[in-house]
Design a binder for this molecule. Structure first.
Ligand code: AMP
Length: 415
């Protein structure tokens, strides 16, 4: 079923959204992008005369109740954005009466699903090495099914709209779909948009295709990097991972962030790039700092000749120009991860240069997809929201989708 074909009038829809929004120490939302992302689906259900049971996770409470991660903190914001009151149920397994009484136009918000270990389906309090682990996992998988079935019992139909967690086979993102027939389960509007954006990048690629991968570590992105080497024309690798590449060639990197056990991985990436004819672009110069702080002293030096006591926190001016030149004529762009420690205003020039070049290429007709929490934060910091083609709400999910993996949250609906 598709959301545009479904008739929500008189139906109760249980909708998995991603309301995992950042909160400050007073429980105030600091970035409501994810809530806004879910609104089109939620409003569609209400506008058509349906009712809503909204479910989400927040943070990593690891199967235990934790008031700091209670969705009650965002109830008022959700009500305000939907323009209607929200009934908050403080235990997601105890909403039977409220769900049964739900009338068209009414909204229930369930408490954080991850207060129950069944949501993620991982046994808690037992080590993976423990001989009893496999048994515990089997038992947990069984109770995960019961948990999902209980959630399903609240509603007539299921809508999956949490792209950020679509790469997880959790109770609410995948298992629950087993308890609805094909005519009563569907992807939400946000999911459809995200899937379309990935499709724009992967099918009928307009070339040159340039990917920019930044962030702190090679290890967390190696899967996607290797995969992209089979697709892109140019791959820009920046951020902290620069120094693992420099070190792999015997460079001096001072105190820069490095993964010493990944030097061979870095060399493997270079080899694969050469074999596939992909132009690999690394930072030749760096902006270095005498401490990890915005007010650190700074200097510019070659990325492979960083003095002791100094660390590379951003790409240097020569590299910024090289990155811009590499991005400028692109027709397809994927950007994941900042070029430097962009959170520090004094070390965000590299990320800004990348953002500006992506915006320029987009203005010249490129399709640009930006995803992963930090690059999205960059786009906001530099005010480029309207100058890139699509900002994904997914980090890991986006990368797995680009790798061509079938996301469990999508497979559960589409089979
Ligand atoms: P990731 O979560 O792997 O995408 O990494 C994002 C983080 O990488 C951001 O918080 C950046 O501040 C950080 N980062 C980027 N460049 C560097 C660098 N040269 N040294 C240390 N951290 C960095």
């Amino acid at each position: 079923m598709t959301i545009n074909d479904y008739k929500f009038a008189g139906k109760k829809a249980i909708v998995r959204v991603d309301f995992n929004v950042p909160l400050d120490e007073n429980g105030k939302i600091t970035d409501d992008t994810r809530i806004r992302g879910a609104l089109p689906t939620l409003k569609k259900v209400l506008d058509e005369g349906g009712s809503l049971i909204i479910m989400s996770h927040m943070g990593k409470p690891k199967g235990k109740v934790n008031p700091k991660m209670s969705l009650s903190q965002i109830k008022d914001a959700v009500a305000e954005k939907l323009g209607t009151p929200v009934i908050f149920v403080d235990d997601c397994m105890k909403a039977d009466a409220q769900a049964a009484a739900l009338k068209p136009g009414e909204v229930i918000l369930l408490e954080n699903l991850r207060f129950y270990p069944e949501e993620e389906g991982k046994p808690v309090g037992i080590d993976k090495e423990d001989p009893a682990y496999d048994e515990a996992k089997k038992a947990m998988k069984a109770s995960q099914k019961d948990f999902a079935k209980h959630l399903a019992s609240y509603a007539d139909c299921y809508v999956m709209d949490a792209f950020g967690t679509a790469h997880r086979k959790h109770a609410s993102t995948a298992v629950i779909a087993d308890y609805f027939d094909a005519d009563n389960k569907m992807l939400g509007l946000l999911m459809e948009k995200e899937v379309q954006a990935v499709d724009n990048v992967l099918s009928d690629i307009k070339r040159p295709f340039v990917a920019i991968m930044g962030g702190s570590k090679v290890s967390s992105k190696i899967g996607i990097i290797e995969n992209l080497l089979g697709k892109v024309d140019k791959l820009i690798l920046c951020g902290g991972m620069t120094y693992t590449f420099m070190k792999a060639h015997g460079g001096e990197i001072g105190n820069s962030i490095v993964e010493l056990d990944k030097l061979d991985v870095a060399l493997g990436v270079e080899e694969l790039a050469k074999k596939n004819g992909v132009e690999l672009v690394l930072a030749s110069d760096s902006i270095i700092a005498d401490k990890f702080a915005n007010d650190a002293q700074q200097k510019i030096c070659p990325s492979n000749a960083i003095p002791e006591g100094w660390e590379g926190l951003d790409v240097g001016p020569e590299t910024q120009e090289r990155f811009k030149a590499a991005i400028r004529d692109a027709k397809t762009i994927l950007w994941n991860g900042p070029a430097g420690v962009f959170e520090f205003d004094n070390f965000c020039a590299g990320s800004r240069a990348v953002g500006d070049a992506v915006a320029e290429a987009t203005a010249n007709g490129a399709f640009s997809l930006v995803g992963g929490g930090d690059s999205v934060a960059c786009v906001h910091k530099f005010g480029l929201e309207d100058k890139v083609s699509y900002i994904s709400t997914g980090g890991g999910a986006l990368l797995e989708a680009i790798e061509g993996k079938v996301l469990p949250g999508i497979a559960a609906i589409k089979g």
